[in-house]
Structure formats: C-alpha cells, structure tokens
Write a protein that binds this ligand. Structure first.
Ligand code: FMN
Length: 138
C-alpha cells in the first residue's frame, strides 16, 4: 500500500482522567482503527500519552484532527510525521502499554516545546520513540 505514514505525538492527560476512561479510549480505538486500517500503540505514563499511528495520509488526517480536539488530553505535540515503507505495529489496531518511566522524558519534551525548542535535531523525540518501541517489544 502506497502513501503510508507514521505519526508520533505526545500529550498531557487531563487531570481528571481515570483508568476506566483510558480503557474505553483503547477499546473504541481498536474497533475504529481496524475499520480505517490504522495501526499503532498508545503508551500512558499516568500523566501523559505517547501514541504511534500508522496508516495512509488520508486516514490519519481525519483521525489526528479528532484526537487533537479530544478534551481528555491537551498540549498534543507531534514529534514526527513521516512517510514509511513498512508498519512497526502491523498486528496492533491499537496496542496499549502503561509505564510510569516515560514521565520524565515526555515532561521534558513538552516543556521544551512550549519554552524553547532545544530539541531541533529531534534527539529527545527519537529517544521517546525508541523507549516506547522497547516497552512494546521487550
Ligand atoms: C490519547 C488519545 C488517543 C486516542 N486514540 C484514538 C485512536 O487511535 N483511534 C480512534 O478512533 N480514536 C482515538 N481517540 C479518541 C478520539 O479522540 C475520538 O474520541 C474518537 O475518534 C471518537 O470519534 P467519533 O466521536 O467521531 O466516534 C483517542 C483519544 C485520546 C485522548
């Protein structure tokens, strides 16, 4: 399939978000991503999200607009949006993992992006992406 892209973003979870809501987001995402042929993984640190989304540009555009507007999180910050030749998460309509060890890096990346873009070369973005990949495939 041509035109495949990967989007990786981080965000801050709404303070009132509870476990049942996160579970509901994951279950609904799995169902609707299957219909859109979107795959990926959602990582939750307790206070943040990091999400990999893979699919065609057309399918990702509509979905990321919805996700960006979702009040259950904020400061949605896209760390990369790039063409890919192959999916990393072909078997997961939306994998889920919880790991508090993501907190520090995501917090740093979110505060860098609002205060000063120290991460122009994307080093921290790649570090977080690799951290999520390692957690997803131990
Ligand atoms: C952190 C986070 C990740 C989300 N990921 C997805 C996703 O991968 N797929 C999806 O369909 N909705 C996802 N959602 C939910 C969407 O924002 C939105 O609520 C959903 O697409 C329902 O749209 P609808 O009202 O048009 O059915 C996510 C929400 C949050 C807060």
């Amino acid at each position: 399939m041509g035109n495949l892209r990967r989007i990786f973003y981080i965000s801050r979870a709404d303070a009132s978000l509870d476990g049942a809501t996160v579970k509901d987001i994951v279950l609904r995402s799995q169902r609707s991503n299957r219909q859109l042929d979107v795959t990926g993984v959602l990582a939750h640190s307790g206070q943040h999200f990091a999400q990999v989304l893979e699919g065609t540009a057309e399918n990702l555009a509509g979905l990321t607009n919805k996700i960006r507007l979702d009040k259950r999180h904020g400061q949605v910050t896209v760390l990369f949006d790039e063409p890919i030749s192959k999916r990393d998460y072909a078997d997961w309509s939306m994998g889920f993992l919880y790991d508090a060890s993501l907190t520090e890096e995501i917090e740093k990346a979110l505060s860098d992006s609002t205060h000063q873009p120290q991460d122009r070369d994307g080093t921290l973005a790649h570090k977080i992406f690799l951290h999520v990949s390692d957690l997803a495939r131990p």
